[in-house]
Write a protein that binds this ligand. Structure first.
Ligand SMILES: [Zn+2]
Length: 226
C-alpha cells in the first residue's frame, strides 16, 4: 500500500502539476472518445494499452468484461453507464475488450462446481450460454481462447439489446468494436463477429477517424517524469 500512496504524491508533483493546462479544463467537463467494457483483471490497464490520458475512456470494469442483456427497469451499473455515456456524454464508440488468461471466463468452465450462492456464480451464470456452441476440446488453452473470442462477440450482441444503442446504431451515430488484449505479447487484436480469426488492430486503423481535438498521449505526459 505504501507504493500506492507514494504514487499519488509522484503523480501530483511530476504529472499533474507540469500538465495543469491539460488537467484544469478536465475538472469542469469530460468528452471521452469511447465507452469501454473490460475486465477488472489488474493486468488490463486500458489507459496504458491505448496510451490515453485521463478524459479519454469512459470505463466499466467487471469480471469477464460482461454486458448484461437489456431488461427494462433493471438497475445494473452497466446499464447506467451505457445510458450516461450515450445520452449525456454523446459517446460515438463502444469497445468490449477481453483478454487472455481471463480468470472469470475460466470460472465459467467450472460453474457447476461453484456454490450457487457465490456472487461470482450469480454474476457469471446468466452468461453461461457462450459455452453452448463451444466444441469439446482436449486443449484447455485453445478452448479458453475460443471462449474469450465468443464472449466478446456475445457482449457486442448484448449491447445491441439496449434500445438507445440499437437506435444510434441504426442512425449510424454509434460504432461497436470487439478487442482482445494479449497479456503475453502486449498486442491488442480486433475481434470481428464474422471472422473466426482475431486480426491485428492495425488492419482497421486507416479506416478510423482522427479525433477532432488534439490529443496529448499518455507517453508525452509522462515524459515530464524524470
Ligand atoms: Zn478477465
Amino acid at each position: 500500500m505504501k507504493r500506492l500512496a507514494k504514487g499519488t504524491l509522484v503523480f501530483k508533483d511530476k504529472v499533474f502539476n507540469p500538465n495543469k493546462a491539460f488537467f484544469q479544463p478536465l475538472s469542469q467537463e469530460q468528452h471521452p472518445v469511447a465507452l469501454m467494457f473490460t475486465c477488472c483483471d489488474s493486468r488490463v490497464e486500458p489507459a496504458i494499452i491505448t496510451q490515453s490520458p485521463p478524459g479519454t475512456l469512459f470505463m466499466v470494469k467487471n469480471p469477464g468484461n460482461l454486458v448484461p442483456e437489456y431488461q427494462a427497469g433493471a438497475s445494473t451499473s452497466e446499464a447506467a453507464a451505457i445510458e450516461f455515456a450515450l445520452t449525456v456524454l454523446d459517446v460515438h464508440h463502444i469497445i468490449v475488450c477481453g483478454h487472455t488468461d481471463c480468470a472469470a471466463l475460466k470460472a465459467l468452465f467450472n460453474l457447476e462446481g461453484m456454490p450457487g450462492e457465490s456472487a461470482i456464480h450469480q454474476w457469471l451464470a446468466p452468461h453461461a450460454k457462450v459455452l453452448d456452441a463451444l466444441e469439446e476440446r482436449q486443449d484447455l488453452e485453445a478452448a479458453l481462447n475460443e471462449l474469450i473470442r465468443r464472449n466478446i462477440i456475445q457482449q457486442l450482441q448484448n449491447l445491441r439489446s439496449y434500445p438507445e444503442v440499437a437506435s444510434r446504431l441504426a442512425k449510424g451515430q454509434l460504432h461497436l468494436y470487439g478487442w482482445k488484449y494479449r497479456l503475453e505479447t502486449g498486442e491488442t487484436m480486433l475481434i470481428d463477429p464474422f471472422s473466426c480469426k482475431p486480426e491485428p488492430l492495425s488492419t482497421i486503423i486507416a479506416q478510423l477517424e482522427e479525433e477532432a481535438r488534439p490529443e496529448m498521449t499518455l507517453g508525452q505526459m509522462e515524459k515530464q517524469v524524470p
